[in-house]
Design a protein around this ligand. Structure first.
Ligand SMILES: Cc1cc2nc3c(=O)[nH]c(=O)nc-3n(C[C@H](O)[C@H](O)[C@H](O)COP(=O)(O)O)c2cc1C
Length: 251
């Protein structure tokens, strides 16, 4: 058995600093094709990928995200949940499909499909020697992203991905993950809170040491600190409204 894929995936870390080298059209095509090979729920293929090269559009998207690497990269993808083509089939076939794509299940299906496609692209890009970073920050202003990318009803921008040749000094490294036993449950979910607390404590130490080593002691926060700060800062609370406007979660 080859351990190539395993080793590739274990090396992953997000890259946020890229050389000014564009990615060739051939590579972009291969990446999109690799994405398209992902499984999709019931063969529905409820996604589209927008490849953004136009500097003005990139600049607009950078304003939404607030992150410089939305412009400074080799290429930019935006992953879209897409039921537009399904709505065309609905009109043509005079079916009654709205209930499916406007339901909560429709939202899950579209999100899962697009994410599997994106992760195929991420792994293939890393295998080609590129670095990648996902961009949930595009959801900071859904209306603007919809307008800039000309997204019709029954589509929704989920996240972006910047990619390119990593800068020599990009300095990233794989972040320690939760322990295997913490995320993997044998047969049934392990609800033992004490055990979960103990594992979290050890993991917090590991993460804190990781940050100390990476930042010469400037950062030392634990994973629990980070999670508590992030999850108590209420962000993007307009998502249901934005989904409704785009034609989702109406049933
Ligand atoms: C859906 C998604 C959205 C993300 N959005 C952003 C983002 O907007 N900006 C950013 O710098 N990193 C973003 N990230 C990267 C995460 O911060 C990163 O994956 C996480 O900290 C783990 O680090 P690693 O990828 O280096 O292992 C995103 C990741 C995912 C999966």
């Amino acid at each position: 058995m080859s351990d190539h894929v395993y080793n590739l995936l274990k090396k992953h870390h997000s890259v946020r600093s890229f050389k000014k080298e564009p990615i060739s059209e051939e590579h972009i095509k291969q990446l999109v094709e690799a994405g398209q090979s992902a499984s999709t729920s019931s063969y529905l293929q409820t996604y589209s990928i927008i490849g953004v090269q136009d500097p003005e559009i990139k600049e607009d998207l950078k304003e939404v995200s607030g992150q410089p690497y939305v412009v400074e990269n080799g290429y930019l993808f935006v992953f879209v949940m897409d039921y537009y083509r399904h709505s065309i089939i609905n009109e043509e076939s005079k079916s009654n499909m709205e209930t499916s794509f406007e339901s909560a299940e429709g939202l899950l299906v579209g999100t899962i499909d697009a994410t599997l496609v994106a992760q195929n692209i991420a792994a293939t890009a890393e295998d080609m020697g590129y670095g990648i970073v996902y961009l949930g920050s595009l959801r900071n202003d859904i209306e603007r992203v919809r307008e800039v990318l000309n997204l019709p009803e029954h589509t929704f921008p989920l996240f972006g991905m910047a990619l390119g040749v990593p800068e020599d000094d990009e300095g990233g490294s794989p972040k320690p993950r939760l322990p295997f036993e913490h995320v993997f449950h044998q047969d049934r979910y392990n609800t033992d809170k004490e055990q979960q607390r103990e594992t979290l404590k050890l993991y917090d130490q590991t993460v804190s040491e990781y940050y100390k080593a990476r930042t010469n002691g400037e950062r030392s926060e634990t994973w629990s600190n980070q999670i508590a700060n992030f999850m108590s800062s209420k962000q993007r609370l307009d998502m249901l409204e934005q989904l409704n406007k785009a034609g989702f979660i109406r049933k």
